[in-house]
Design a protein around this ligand. Structure first.
Ligand SMILES: *Cc1c(COP(=O)(O)O)cnc(C)c1O
Length: 402
């Protein structure tokens, strides 16, 4: 059994492999997969105490599970958080946070250019419950300040944004949120705890879609919310009552994923940097969005809060949407699929897929133009990725090519 009590004495790479170890079979070294939906109590009193929460221990799969607990503890250790609660998907994490910490009459400020479904959750569904929503420019603290009201309860932001890689000043937002009596929730899916730790920068909550880099193989859905223990306790209450809990099998896959996350992120980033630099000098490419490029408009802020750049590279191509679609259709190796964070490189046309449900005005405000493409750069040999892009660029024409 793990004898370490406080993971703060270890560095992040060590926490990723060691924290939250769980064993259920004697001398087994690797974390076990506990596939059971219920648990046997010692006696009637034990059952009553565990149900009431006055004694710790497992009751039922919707409440807790040893494997999901190990995953939660490991993520919490990596994020420098007091606690974490795992959920059935990244979106379930947002829903659980909203149900736990917001009520009718509250106001939320959302960063512009967030993951499309996150924006939709707040703008379409939470409004039905009288939670009012404003959207602030991600890079502009003054914009956030101007939108604060007495009933503002939460700031929600993603940094960098996907697909156009705008960076939010997390420390600045944390100070403003604290001043305003609001919580700051940061979506850290893109950077992962390997490259960014929002809690160290003052955030109250960190959200992840674990289906992306944490899984890393494009197999399992899930998510996690990390943060202050009192807030996570509220989120656990929602999971127990409303049910969007994580499957133990998926938790076990993610637990293993965290152990190789650091080396995978390093390789994703190396490949993405090369692809971004190659695209940046291609005559048919208008603009490249990647925080690792020296012409990114926020390099100073990036250097302050990120220790790496990850695998997402977006770019606009000459020839409009027609050319962008033709390019997607000409690729032979890179997959046309909307996921990110897989070992396999993937390309997406955000305006008609991930961000397709946004209005035209919302798309323009978020920089989701028709000629924009996003690549999740995978772990193939980067020369093969570039050769595929090169071939597709050569053999595609758009409005300008006619
Ligand atoms: C995918 C994603 C989500 C939603 O997560 P799901 O696991 O798909 O529900 C939220 N935020 C970001 C940044 C994402 O990439």
């Amino acid at each position: 059994m793990n004898r370490v009590k406080d993971w703060r004495q270890y560095r992040n790479a060590t926490r990723a492999v060691r924290a939250g170890q769980y064993q259920d079979v004697g001398d087994q070294h690797s974390e076990a997969l506990a596939l059971t939906s219920s648990y046997v109590f010692d006696d009637a009193e034990d059952a009553a105490e565990k149900f009431a929460g006055t004694r710790s221990g497992n009751v039922y799969i919707r409440f807790t599970n040893p494997t999901t607990l190990a995953f939660e503890q490991r993520i919490a250790a990596m994020e420098g958080a007091e606690d974490a609660a795992s959920v059935a998907s990244g979106m379930a994490g947002y829903l659980a946070v909203a149900m736990a910490l917001l009520q009718a009459g509250d106001h939320v400020i959302l960063g512009a250019g967030m993951f499309g479904t996150t924006t939709r959750l707040f703008e379409s569904y939470l409004r039905k419950f009288q939670v009012d929503v404003s959207v602030a420019g991600v890079v502009d603290l003054a914009d956030w300040r101007a939108l604060v009201r007495p009933n503002t309860k939460m700031f929600v932001v993603e940094s960098p944004t996907n697909p156009i890689m705008q960076v939010a000043d997390i420390r600045g937002l944390a100070l403003l949120a604290a001043e305003s009596g609001a919580l700051l929730a940061v979506d850290n899916t893109l950077c992962t705890p390997v490259y960014q730790n929002p809690i160290d920068l003052g955030a109250d909550l960190v959200l992840h879609s674990a289906a992306k880099y944490i899984d890393g193989q494009g197999r399992c859905g899930g998510g996690v919310v990390a943060g202050r223990a009192d807030l996570i306790a509220e989120v656990r209450g929602v999971l127990r009552t409303m049910g969007p809990s994580l499957s133990p099998f998926n938790a076990w896959v993610f637990l293993k994923g965290l152990e190789t996350l650091r080396i995978r992120m390093r390789e994703h980033s190396l490949n993405a940097q090369i692809v971004a630099e190659w695209l940046a000098v291609h005559p048919d490419v208008e603009q490249v969005f990647y925080t690792g490029l020296t012409n990114h408009p926020q390099t100073e802020l990036v250097a302050k809060q990120q220790s790496g750049h990850g695998g997402l590279v977006s770019f606009t191509v000459r020839g409009g949407q027609e050319r962008a679609w033709a390019l997607v259709d000409r690729l032979e190796l890179i997959s046309n699929t909307t996921n990110i964070g897989d070992t396999k490189s993937m390309i997406t046309h955000p305006a008609t897929t991930t961000h397709g449900r946004l209005s035209c005005a919302q798309k323009l405000a978020s920089g989701i133009f028709g000629n924009l493409l996003r690549i999740s750069v995978g772990l193939e040999d980067v020369q093969d990725i570039i050769a595929d892009l090169d071939g597709a660029l050569q053999h595609s024409t758009g409005e300008a090519g006619r």
